[in-house]
Design a protein around this ligand. Sequence first.
Ligand code: PMP
Length: 326
Amino acid sequence: MTTHREPLDSVLDTVGRTPLVRVHAAPDEVPVYAKLESFNPGASVKDRIGKYMIEQMLERGELEPGGTVIEPTAGNTGIGFAVAAGQLDVNAVFVVPERFSKEKQQLMAALGAEVINTPTSDGMGGAIERAYQLAEETPNAVVPQQFGNPLNVEAHYETTGPELYEALDGNIGAVVAGCGTAGTLMGMAKYALDQNPDTYVAAVEPEGSLYSTTKGADVPEEEYKIEGIGTHDTSTNELFDPDLVDEVIQVPDKSAHDELKRLGREEGHLVGSSAGAASVAARQVAEKIRDGEIDAPADTVVTIFPDSSERYLSKGIYRSFTEWEG
Ligand code: PMP
């Protein structure tokens, strides 16, 4: 945690309070700020829910010390849970669809967790099903279920949201974030709307994903390369509340890829593809506020850069668009 200068007792004390940095390729009149979540110890936004959810489940007696968390995860959540579980005397098992990055799976194992793969063709739905099966077979096991557990949203309501408002003295017109489980956006949005009910809220998804359908858009379902956000079945995204969202912005893989490369080259940010997508969308919202097309209570847009590109080097994230495996 860059904001702490005193010695800390545990790596868990370094979760959150990440830097908020201006994104320069945005209108001067409506600045965009991004929270750099790779500064967390597990190097992603998901450390926040790993710590918050395990601590809360232990406190509420839903999880016993020495018990096991079993979670279906695209990877970053596993790392976040594994960091926290290791320090809180909890075992961790993760069910990961094969297509997700090998770096993430290696890091979960390095933190002492067990990783189980499910076929890519079964999607996240297949991983969720397998996690529940395993939990039935394992004593003292809990599936935190980041896709349906309100603690996921609460973690961001309690940490990410207040951090943003503190950093910008409450001067926030729009919140923009990619949606995987939608925990990040929902927590930020709820906090933002409590501060000012007119705050503009935009969800970000890859082109081909179906969150847009919850707002009535007739969009085609397609495969996409952007990792960590999007959905092929909105019924699994129980936390996403379309009523809190003004707009779902679709970002094509190519735009997200161009932008993550630009962010590295021009602004010194080594970020993953979901950050590229968030940056494209946040800029669009800032331009619309500038042009009077969106009415926002302040001329500032905030977004989240969820993780680092280092996690995707083996998938050729910095190669050409066609060579990038996504
Ligand atoms: N980006 C990346 C790289 C992620 O791993 C995730 C989590 N799946 C997200 C964005 C989206 O976060 P959330 O699940 O809170 O919507």
